[in-house]
Design a protein around this ligand. Structure first.
Ligand code: GLU
Length: 366
């Protein structure tokens, strides 16, 4: 009887333990993690509804190692992505999320998954660059403020030698000023001075003082023409390269596309550019190609990928990355998963998997 009771107790205990373990397992069973992302090739690529790309491959690798089940959803902009993690609609965010002080103050980030930064994309420079029209370039140079300024300087400059030459030459019998009076004598002198400045003079003064001035003036002419030519060449080159945008300082007053809520949009505003905010980066490329904007400012890995693939020959990046940023995986504050993810991420780096994925997406342009 006693033995039977002990057996029954043992059996009951076993059943209880099994149930409790099963329950506990169910509790800790990897539930499906909701991951919010953004389509930004090559970080996140949408291939007919299925997501791939560097960030996705990297996260899938980490999730595999941690035996996590995941379900992705795509946010319309980075602000919505942050809101989903903030509001608990997503457990974490994986895309091309820049680590910023404001975001770090509110969320937790993983170790950086990539070094990136902001760059500028403009039209042109390719084989079939649509923007450059030689006739338009020449006309706009001829009738520019720059030409007007040089003309003004030239007019002021010629007054000096013209007066000296007029003074000495009018005394000379067969000098270049046929009359002794100031008017119209000075007109002959001005014509001579202008011609000499442009290195195209038809006549030379006969008086020794006039000749001395002529020699000095000829040298001035050579320097003047050289400077003017250099300035014209520089302006023309700048015009041909992306309508004069060579760096972030040139963004002031320009129409610049960036995605809504992105770090790029903030930086364009800092540089006094007129931001045209779009939801998808593709819309920014379209706006650039349609000439509704002058440039796109965005994350360099994304822009370089577009310039080397779809946008090849039509767009080009100018300058290098002007604002450094790192990408991280976004967690709500205090999420215990972050440490495991960091360990897995560092292992992925150490065992060469990271490099393999990097080469797959950033290797030779396809
Ligand atoms: N790196 C950008 C940011 O974090 C991405 C913006 C976007 O997803 O559109 O602001």
């Amino acid at each position: 009887m006693r033995i039977a009771l002990v057996r029954l107790l043992a059996a009951l205990t076993a059943v209880f333990c099994l149930t409790a373990t099963a329950f506990a397992q169910q509790q800790s069973a990897p539930k499906e993690l909701r991951v919010v992302t953004r389509v930004l090739p090559p970080m996140v690529v949408d291939r007919g509804g299925s997501l791939t790309g560097f960030s996705i491959d990297l996260w899938n690798e980490i999730a595999d190692r941690l035996k996590l089940k995941i379900k992705y959803h795509v946010a319309p902009d980075v602000g919505a992505l942050l809101a989903d993690v903030r509001g608990g609609k997503a457990d974490l965010g994986v895309a091309a999320i820049s680590i910023t002080s404001a975001r770090e103050a509110e969320f937790d980030f993983s170790q950086p998954i990539m070094n990136a930064g902001l760059q500028i994309l403009v039209r042109g420079q390719g084989k079939d660059a649509g923007d450059s029209n030689p006739l338009k370039d020449v006309l706009s140079l001829l009738f520019s403020w720059l030409s007007l300024a040089w003309l003004g300087i030239a007019l002021l400059l010629i007054l000096v030698p013209a007066h000296i030459v007029w003074y000495f030459e009018r005394e000379h019998d067969n000098g270049i000023i046929p009359t002794k009076s100031y008017y119209p004598g000075i007109l002959y002198a001005l014509y001579w001075a202008a011609g000499t400045l442009a290195t195209q003079s038809e006549s030379a003064p006969k008086h020794w003082a006039g000749r001395l001035v002529a020699v000095l003036w000829m040298f001035t002419g050579v320097v003047f023409v050289a400077l003017y030519t250099a300035q014209l060449a520089a302006t023309l080159t700048v015009q041909q390269i992306g309508g004069g945008i060579n760096g972030p300082e040139d963004l002031a007053g320009k129409r610049v596309a960036a995605t809504r809520g992105s770090t790029a949009a903030t930086v364009v505003r800092e540089f006094k550019g007129q931001v045209v905010e779009v939801s998808q980066i593709n819309e920014a490329y379209q706006a650039l190609n349609n000439k509704t904007v002058d440039a796109v400012v965005f994350d360099s890995p994304v822009l370089l990928y577009y310039a080397a693939n779809e946008g090849k020959g039509r767009v080009a990046t100018v300058g290098s990355t002007f604002r450094k940023e790192d990408y991280g995986i976004l967690f709500p504050r205090g999420n215990p998963l972050r440490n495991d993810v960091n360990v897995a991420l560092l292992k992925v780096r150490e065992d060469g998997t990271y490099q393999r994925l990097y080469d797959k997406w950033f290797g030779a342009a396809k």
